[in-house]
Design a binder for this molecule. Sequence first.
Ligand code: TTP
Ligand code: MG
Length: 351
Amino acid sequence: MILHVDMDQFYAAVEQREHPEFSGKPVIVGADPKEGRGRGVVQTCSYEAREFGIRSGMPISRAWKLCPDAIFVRPKFELYISTSNRVMAILRRKAEKFEQWGLDEAFLDVTSKVEGFEKAKQLALTIKKEILRKERLTCSIGIGSNKLVAKIASDYNKPDGITMVRDGEESRFLAPLPVRRLLWIGKKTERQLGKLGIKTIGDLAGFDTLTLREKFGSMASYYFQAARGIDESEVSGKGIAKSISREVTFEEDTSDMNQIFETLNQLCREIHEELEEKKKLFKTITIKIRYGTFRTFTHGKTLSFYSNSLQTFQKTSMKLFEPFLKKNEKVRLIGVKVSNFLSGGKQKTLF
Ligand code: TTP
Ligand code: MG
């Protein structure tokens, strides 16, 4: 029995909580719009802003054009991380096994904690109440017999929803949903599938498996299983993070260096805040770049020392990116990861 919990409009909800005068208004968290001349992207926005067509990953300049009267706020990662830590602590206690994804979502394996789906629903209600009472935030929860189904279910009835997919109902639940809902199916695969007449997960489940294998190689068996709601992956447990990473898909592929580097710096700052919070030093930095053509590269460097310096982190990441940005190729996604940690405890700043 798996629960997937995903906070609603997370950064924006925290901002609305901290500033009651923002509630009910379009709030956009991201780079400075500078009256439409700003670089960087929208990280998230309130549901009120989404009504203007604003989305995560969109250039901030475009968001400004769509809704110049919105409230634009610079991200306060420290605040989001401390909030996230408290939410995750609530969730961790409810689960037999617990796996956090990013700042605002987590899987809970509650198999041994509840008997049957009705009890699981009660647990989900209890969790929602506790988070609302302690943090004044809402979340959406999916309940299912595996991670795949629970994850799709949590997104089904947002915000503040609970969606339960009982054992045996997986295929029926998934069938009408667009294929994009499946993890690993992005815009490009969606287009390729669309050409074969596959729009919904049901279409995918009913499609000839040999043709799928011809077109998609080894991914075909993932599609085959996922479309039927089969997923045997485990909730990974209470393990300690071995790496911290962030990535952003640009809403439109870009070759604008300023935008790329601004976004990179933003990602580094975000990871750095989390490192500070967790009192970790890092040694290895890895970057990831995906071009508009979907060609993807990762490239890393291990420093000769453990560091907690944001400057070292940003400079090294930029250097790692440089050789990948010389060709005049448009970039779809950038990501950055730190690993090889030393738990700094009381240790002072190193380099
Ligand atoms: P999401 O859960 O994707 O978004 P959300 O919580 O803002 O909205 P929803 O109600 O639809 O779940 O991401 C969680 C947080 O991660 C989000 O508040 C901001 C951050 N984020 C980025 O910084 N960049 C991104 O491209 C995305 C998608 C999210
Ligand atoms: Mg969320």
